[in-house]
Design a protein around this ligand. Structure first.
Ligand SMILES: [Zn+2]
Ligand SMILES: [Zn+2]
Length: 253
């Protein structure tokens, strides 16, 4: 098997995980690194003020990407317990949250145990909670593109589409300069306004991933019929995408 992922690291992360969650097993039979079996847990969100404890028992398959831990794992629930109307991606993997949010959480403890306990169990806990209470414990983001928009909106605490695009553009173009005016409309310099939030997000994703998120947000704004001013248009998008049609339609102003 060709391998670019460090197998020793994966093995040790798997051993650490399966020692604690003993119904899970490391599996390389299908030519990819995976952890499969039953994930049994008890969890509550006491620190969030939710004392309810749920005991979960889910059949899962965790796929470990070739470039782990640069990329985080993806997970399928294979026991058929999770309703397909819940957060499941079109390819059947669990939609654990906006990618940048998962990336940020995973980076705090980039091990399989960290991933399972900080990303996967909270997702399954939320599902158990919703089954019992009819709603999610921490509020629910929309699925897919809108979820990504909502996530950035709440991390930047901006309601305005142009402010959101202007901020995200800085990450998409990798053009942060602290002395520039913050695009949120505060008239302050970036370093005294959204600079800290931008610099906090930046190390967790590649410029290309931010560019894709920018394009996602741009797409949802255009879909609403809101034109995009050049001032918040990503330079990389401008350079690489043929925008003449959008310009003709008045979608770029
Ligand atoms: Zn989702
Ligand atoms: Zn600002």
């Amino acid at each position: 098997m060709t391998s670019d992922a460090p197998l020793d690291l994966i093995r040790s992360h798997c051993e650490e995980l399966t020692a604690k969650y003993t119904s899970l097993m490391f599996d390389i039979s299908a030519g990819e690194y995976a952890v499969k079996g039953a994930l049994r847990f008890s969890a509550s969100a006491k620190e969030e003020g939710i004392p309810e404890v749920f005991h979960g028992d889910y059949q899962i398959a965790i796929s470990i990407p070739r470039d782990y831990p640069k990329s985080y794992p993806w997970v399928k629930e294979v026991g058929g317990k999770i309703d397909t109307g819940f957060h499941i991606n079109p390819d059947g993997t669990l939609c654990l949250g906006a990618p940048i949010a998962i990336r940020k959480t995973f980076d705090e403890n980039p091990t399989l145990i960290g991933f399972v306990e900080s990303c996967l169990i909270p997702f399954l806990y939320s599902y158990e909670y919703k089954l019992k209470n009819g709603k999610l414990p921490f509020g629910e983001l929309s699925h897919g593109d809108l979820g990504i928009v909502e996530h950035y909106r709440s991390s930047f605490k901006v309601a305005d589409d142009y402010a959101l695009l202007g901020l995200l553009r800085i990450l998409a173009d990798d053009s942060y300069r602290g002395h520039l005016e913050c695009p949120c409309g505060s008239k302050q310099r970036l370093r005294n306004c959204h600079g800290e939030q931008l610099l906090d997000l930046k190390p967790h994703q590649s410029q290309n991933a931010f560019l894709m998120d920018y394009v996602t947000v741009m797409g949802t704004v255009l879909k609403k019929g809101t034109p995009i001013p050049r001032a918040v248009l990503s330079k990389v998008v401008e350079k690489n995408v043929d925008l003449s049609k959008l310009e003709k339609n008045g979608a770029i102003i």
